[in-house]
Design a protein around this ligand. Structure first.
Ligand code: NFS
Length: 651
């Protein structure tokens, strides 16, 4: 126990701290404790080992001159590039398999074979169909939807050509990808090819591997993830600014508390419908509860938070603390970011832990299989009953719900930003571009990604964003990072006065928007790609994404999905900084390429920095460099002309 950090060194989130204190008092182990008791493997942390064949595993020295090679002769650069590329492939596979699930669900809805889900946003259907080149004129909604579903599904198995949505990128970007040979052909093909190329004895050129990883990651951002976002918007609604509550304080003592944790939004959507079902509410009341409190967590929670305003319990490192409240009657999980330790944690309390997806079972968990395409409502009722029936098993003396919850405004999709800035009839990014050009907004930063128990929970996210806002950088967020800032009160319009530099503050106050925009789950980083393309199209800020004064960061990342996201941003022309550490050996050719040379090829590059203040400085320096290249670095004040000034005007 002596190795454990003090709780104030683990998290800046009050409710998490309160629950960690409770867990320690009750002798229950959390992932923070496990991280303290297990130091990270230094060789793995540098990708300086290879276990791709049985001649090894081989480990190489991480000290120059890097002469040592593996049994097969593979160099340190090959080791690192292969490790990196496999992380990208795994991350791409995760988002894209989620996108495939949404496509199959959408096909069943489009065909009219699925009574449990509907097309909620016909306008988004038409716009997305156009992106895919599906004919819309004079056709029925059903015909358009079926063609769109099939077009989306075809992107996974396509063998030749390029993914259709890559054409929505600025032309210069598309041509760059084409010239470099990194246009993604089909989602599955790129993932399979990356697994092949990283097999023993195949691709052994670090640069070719990194560019191969670009092609793979682009199939995530401009393929699987973008398809997932588009189809989810059509079925569950395109997010618009909406008020919601967030943090563990959303759990309610007198209610049946059911948490949905995971990534695919359809199960939470169905359970949200059912949470107000009169029959189920009556059943909850019959158990002595006041009603049903359905709450989201992590990314499916994010998706339905910004679409339906469903309360959100917290981010990745709050899943254990949520159970420690003793007030969670059931936690339903699907795929991704579900820590195996949660099953044991649930067994220490009365919580029923239920896996619901055939792709993600966990030993010791109850399994009730949910399929979006059939019987979703019926299975949803069964799932709700698990929580309802378990309410009576709560142990009153173990229940402690943190009081803290925060109000927030989220729901900033590309469509809603367009509307918010320009209005219904002249929706446009022009006001955003104008304010960047006149210097009120210095630039835009995407701050995204996970929590990681090896760094102080939420602290890196919050401190980084504070620095950016102070320097007039507008922040767009997704994933667990968005949850951190929402909990800390940055997603309220009033936050502009509190945290922003004068220019950004003025813009936010004029439009009435918070300075930190919640755009959804990690798959919804595709919204950021759409927004960046639109900024280029709107004009005045160059003709490629790499010309824009923008930067990205994942300050507390942990998942392979984050590496895939980071690499598709870099490969789309965005400077991207990771906290925690990205596996590499400093000073190797691989590292020099990733953190430098790749910029010549793709316009974006990677950086690693753990200190949030230095991270902010790197991003601001990059934004300033881009402003200078655009010739807009001088802050231009808007001049208000009086009559005298007007007379002097030479027209
Ligand atoms: Ni993203 Fe979402 Fe969170 Fe990280 Fe996991 S929940 S998809 S991977 S931990 S942000």
């Amino acid at each position: 126990m002596s190795k454990l950090r003090e709780i104030q060194d683990i998290t800046v989130c009050e409710s998490t701290a309160q629950m960690l204190t409770k867990a320690r008092a009750e002798g229950v182990e959390t992932p923070f404790d496990r991280a303290d008791n297990m130091s990270a493997c230094p060789i793995g942390a540098q990708n300086a080992c290879c276990k791709h064949c049985a001649m090894g595993p081989c480990r190489l020295s991480s000290k120059a001159p890097y002469e040592k090679v593996g049994v097969c002769g593979a160099t340190i650069d090959t080791f690192q590039a292969r490790g990196f590329a496999r992380m990208v492939a795994a991350g791409t596979a995760a988002h894209s398999d989620h996108g495939r699930e949404m496509s199959e669900l959408f096909l069943s809805v489009a065909k009219g074979e699925n009574p449990d889900f509907v097309i909620k946003d016909p306008a988004r259907l038409l716009a997305f169909a156009k992106d895919f080149g599906v004919e819309t004129e004079g056709r029925t909604e059903k015909d358009i939807a079926v063609d769109l579903a099939e077009a989306c599904l075809s992107q996974f198995g396509q063998q030749h050509g390029h993914l259709k949505l890559m054409e929505t990128a600025p032309k210069k970007r598309f041509d760059k990808w084409k010239d470099l040979g990194v246009l993604s052909r089909g989602v599955d093909r790129e993932v399979v090819e990356m697994m092949h190329r990283t097999h023993m004895g195949v691709d052994q050129d670090y640069k070719n591997l990194v560019l191969g990883a670009s092609r793979c990651s682009l199939a995530d951002g401009w393929g699987g993830a973008m398809i997932s976002t588009g189809l989810s918007d059509i079925m569950f609604g395109t997010p618009k600014p909406i008020r919601a509550e967030i943090d563990l304080g959303v759990l309610k003592k007198e209610y049946v508390n059911i948490i949905v944790h995971g990534h695919e939004p359809h199960m939470l959507d169905m359970l949200a419908e059912l949470s107000s079902d009169a029959d189920l509410v009556a059943k909850a009341k019959a158990q002595g509860a006041a009603g049903i409190n359905l709450v989201g967590m992590c990314c499916s929670g994010n998706e339905q938070l910004i679409r339906r305003g469903i309360p959100h319990a917290g981010n990745f490192m709050q899943c254990d603390p949520a159970i420690v409240t003793g007030a969670v009657d059931a936690m339903m999980v699907d795929v991704q970011c579900i820590q195996q330790g949660l099953v044991k944690m649930a067994s220490c309390y009365h919580t029923k832990f239920v896996t619901t997806n055939y792709r993600a079972k966990i030993e010791g968990a109850q399994h009730i299989e949910f399929h979006g395409e059939h019987d979703a409502r019926k299975t949803g009722i069964e799932l709700m009953m698990v929580g309802i029936n378990n309410y009576k098993n709560r142990k009153a003396d173990r229940v402690e719900i943190p009081a803290h919850k925060q109000t927030m405004v989220g729901g900033f999709s590309h469509e809603s930003i367009n509307y918010m800035l320009g209005g219904t009839y002249r929706g446009s990014y022009t006001p955003l571009n104008d304010n960047i050009i006149n210097g009120r907004i210095r630039g835009v930063a995407g701050v995204v990604g996970c929590n990681n128990p090896r760094v102080k929970h939420d602290w890196v996210h919050i401190e980084l964003v504070k620095e950016l806002l102070k320097n007039d950088v507008l922040v767009v967020q997704t994933g667990c990072s968005a949850i951190a800032l929402a909990k800390a009160g940055f997603m309220q319009p009033e936050a502009a006065a509190k945290y922003c530099g004068p220019g950004l503050r003025e813009v936010c106050e004029t439009v009435g928007m918070p300075p930190v925009l919640h755009s959804g789950a990690c798959v919804d980083n595709s919204r950021v790609l759409v927004a960046l393309s639109e900024m280029v199209r709107t004009g005045g800020l160059g003709d490629d994404i790499s010309d824009l004064p923008v930067a990205g960061a994942a300050p507390e990342w942990m998942s392979e999905k984050a590496v895939a996201i980071g690499h598709y941003f870099v490969s789309s022309g965005v400077f991207t900084v990771f906290g925690v550490g990205l596996p590499h050996v400093p000073g190797t050719k691989f590292a020099d390429y990733l953190f430098g040379g790749i910029e010549q090829d793709l316009g974006g590059k990677w950086a690693v920095e753990q200190d949030p203040y230095k991270m902010a400085q790197l991003m601001i320096d990059h934004i300033n460099k881009k402003r200078e290249a655009l010739g807009i670095q001088e802050k231009k004040e808007r001049k208000l002309f009086d009559m005298e000034a007007r007379r002097e005007l030479k027209v």
